[in-house]
Ligand binder design. Sequence first.
Ligand code: SAM
Ligand code: SF4
Length: 386
Amino acid sequence: MPAHPSPLALYIHWPFCKSKCPYCDFNSHVRERVDQERWRKALISELEYMAARKQDARLASIFFGGGTPSLMPPATAQALIDRAQTLWPVADDLEITLEANPTSVETGTFADFKQAGVNRVSLGVQSLDETQLKFLGREHSSREALHAIEQARTQFARYSFDLIYARPQQTLKEWEAELTQALRHAGDHLSLYQLTIEENTAFAHAYAKGGFTMPDEAQAEALYRLTEDIMAAQGLPSYEVSNYARPGQESRHNLAYWQGMDYIGVGPGAHGRLTQSGKRIATSTLKSPERWLENVEKNGHAVELWEAVDVQQEIAERLMMGLRLTDGIDYARFKATSGHELRDYLDAQKCAFYISKGLLADNKLALQATLTGRLVLNSLLAGLLR
Ligand SMILES: C[S@@+](CC[C@H](N)C(=O)[O-])C[C@H]1O[C@@H](n2cnc3c(N)ncnc32)[C@H](O)[C@@H]1O
Ligand code: SF4
């Protein structure tokens, strides 16, 4: 083992929800019955399989995502946390996050999750407006959401919650009022997502039939700029396109993705990126919960992809992830994590052009997308590489 093994982030996917929200295209499913013992054993088994193949690392974070992992028995989280800590050496400040929905069933088990080792909770509040919660198909009321936030605040050292804005007909004034109310209950981190219409969701069908209209580009941009201003004024500036935190309170797990660190993905449809013998390896597992479970029980894992990524694709991925960060891509860190010099791959003329247009900034240490650049990130990325 090297003297300073590199940090490793561990993602564990729980694919079940109580109901399917109309906007959501995550790998989340409603099932009447989940055989908890089979699921616990299978998740542990796939975790062990991955660990056997990725040893030269120090565990820095665990993230239970979903789906709704707060519906998992706390004993399952406990078993996974305990096992993970025997499989790798562990960082002193191991961050363990649980995504949770704000219903009473779930807040009732917060103490048990805390006992299991969870030290950070991320709540899917989505809105504090009753009518909007109904539109978003949520199972909880705004009162329940506020109660869940209060529970998270009292039980966990760190908590965050998600809101979805840029909803149909939403005015700047309405969003400002909702965000201001939310900030009265916020800790040191918030995730603020603009509503997107994802293919094959109930919203995609309703939208295609003219069931509702979405804010146009100018309105979405105005809402984004307003959000940036309010959050910066409150001391929680954006550190990523949709994530806001007091400095030092960023989600270390999510930073690992954006900074191009190694991460392992366990559970149905989980993705991973690992360094092995200097190569970037992409991993993914079977997406269907039932097929995943059957395969793990048969083979010890349900990995369907374990493959070296070619260098061009690796650089493109790292660029896409890194430019989401407000601080951008630190050239030295890029070299240390990838072994490549980012400048060797950039189209210098295009970069200079985007810098002259105020979309990119380069202070010699880091390449950053400006706020205006982040608004058009996908088109920026398309032309940046040679
Ligand atoms: C895996 S989900 C959250 C976990 C949890 N099941 C919940 O709903 O509270 C992560 C977050 O992505 C956001 N999200 C999902 N689909 C979205 C969409 N189509 N547009 C905007 N935000 C979305 C929501 O804020 C959601 O809380
Ligand atoms: S938003 Fe959360 S609760 Fe709703 S379907 Fe997606 S993962 Fe499940």
